[in-house]
Write a protein that binds this ligand. Structure first.
Ligand code: GDD
Ligand code: MN
Length: 372
């Protein structure tokens, strides 16, 4: 790699680590390392690539780069996925007192790293954010839809977590190690918004500085983030807002359950009123449809990180049906008992529903989505 700095600087420990999560980015990593080297003359840096066993050979490529330049390192994770956990583990894999996180696809402008480093060294700054929304920054060539989505997510974040940042959705930032360590025990680690997670998990508010930059278009390959990450984002924000009282996974499970009730009533109405099936038949079909709906949604959203596939998907569906059947029996039993004691009918129904949601959640986490 072309280099401006004398060779012996590489023998000294790095003061700045740049953590770069990668998933199928073989065509981007080398150019990125070169660009970073150009952007940081005179700085003792190291780069930690965190690769989730990409199928395109990214990790082999990084290992070859690391054999040619001792400032490049790799953390190769096997059987794991997830942007937030990749960043966290990358930060934990270095001793550098300052740690930057940036994407590998050249969308984040490495030329502001020097200024970010200068800012974090100022008194009392814990975190420097590369911001697209502060004066001088920009979104580059983004579709209108994506601009609106990003702004909406930004508003939700500011509203729910009260973190003073113009761009809490940024994936580009530099944090002092000691500040990160203070947030570590409280991190939610879901989804892909690690910056927001770090800032919102700090026991005392962080002192934040911002450096503007313009988001560039991706160099090679395509985005790894699909629409399901929106749900993970919701989970993160809910966890930051209410996680002290209710676990994020439970909130997701309950939201899916609420949607399942809507599905149940739609199918029931359709069969009973329009098709003219008997009430019992309509109920039975509606239950199976609603339970299956909840199963697949929970598998895709609530348990996205341990999604069941293939044969375990079938076993999971069967066990989920059994769990929900016992949950429903408990629900009806409790409601009947309360109703029999002349409790107002709505008040009779509510405890049954609550208990069955908690039951379904607890039992399905034991039997359906059991951690290996
Ligand atoms: N190790 C690992 N594991 N890396 C991942 C994973 C994963 O599961 N998913 C994505 N990455 C890596 C990508 O290889 C890339 O280097 C970086 O994380 C960002 O992923 P992209 O796929 O490029 O995301 P994006 O461009 O749609 O979103 C980016 O811009 C957003 C700005 O609105 C990210 O930086 C977001 O964090 C940011 O909010
Ligand atoms: Mn990208």
């Amino acid at each position: 790699m072309a280099d401006i700095d004398p060779w012996f600087t590489r023998l000294l420990p790095a003061e700045l680590a740049i953590v770069v999560p990668t998933f199928n980015e073989v065509r981007n990593v080398e150019q990125l390392a070169e660009a970073v080297a150009r952007a940081l003359p005179g700085v003792r840096w190291e780069m930690v690539f965190v690769d989730d066993n990409s199928s395109d050979g990214t990790s082999d490529k990084v290992r070859r780069m690391a054999l040619a330049d001792s400032r490049i390192r790799i953390l190769h994770r096997h059987n794991r996925r997830g942007l937030a956990t990749a960043c966290i583990e990358g930060i934990l894999a270095t001793a550098a007192p300052y740690v930057a996180v940036m994407d590998s696809d050249h969308q984040h402008d490495e030329r502001i790293l020097g200024e970010m480093l200068a800012r974090i060294k100022q008194d009392g700054v814990d975190l420097v954010v590369g911001s697209r929304y502060t004066e001088g920054g920009g979104l580059g060539e983004w579709s209108r839809k994506r601009v609106l989505a990003s702004q909406l997510a930004t508003r939700i974040a500011s509203g729910l977590t009260r973190v003073p940042m113009s761009d809490p959705m940024s994936g580009f930032f530099l944090v002092r190690r000691d500040a990160f360590m203070r947030s570590l025990p409280n991190l939610s680690s879901v989804g892909y918004k690690i910056l927001l997670d770090i800032a919102a998990s700090a026991p005392t508010p962080l002192h934040i500085a911002e450096v503007p930059y313009t988001f560039r278009t991706r160099q090679h390959g395509e985005s790894k983030l699909d629409t399901l990450v929106l749900w993970e984002y919701l989970q993160l924000v809910l966890d930051k807002a209410f996680g002290r009282y209710i676990p994020a996974r439970f909130m997701s499970f309950a939201l899916v359950g609420g949607f399942g009730i809507v599905v149940h009533f739609l199918v029931l109405t359709l069969l009973y009123k329009l098709v003219g099936a008997s009430f019992d038949q309509s109920q039975a079909v509606a239950s199976v449809v609603a339970i299956s709906n909840n199963f697949f949604l929970n598998n895709a959203l609530t348990y996205r990180d341990q999604r069941l596939r293939g044969r375990s998907l079938l076993y999971g569906w069967i066990s989920f049906n059994l769990v929900c059947a016992t949950g429903a029996a408990a629900n009806i039993g409790i409601a009947d008992w309360l109703f029999g004691r002349n409790t107002y009918w709505i008040l009779s129904a509510i405890p049954g529903v609550l208990i069955s949601v908690v039951w379904n959640y607890a039992m399905s986490s034991l039997f359906t989505w059991r951690r290996k």
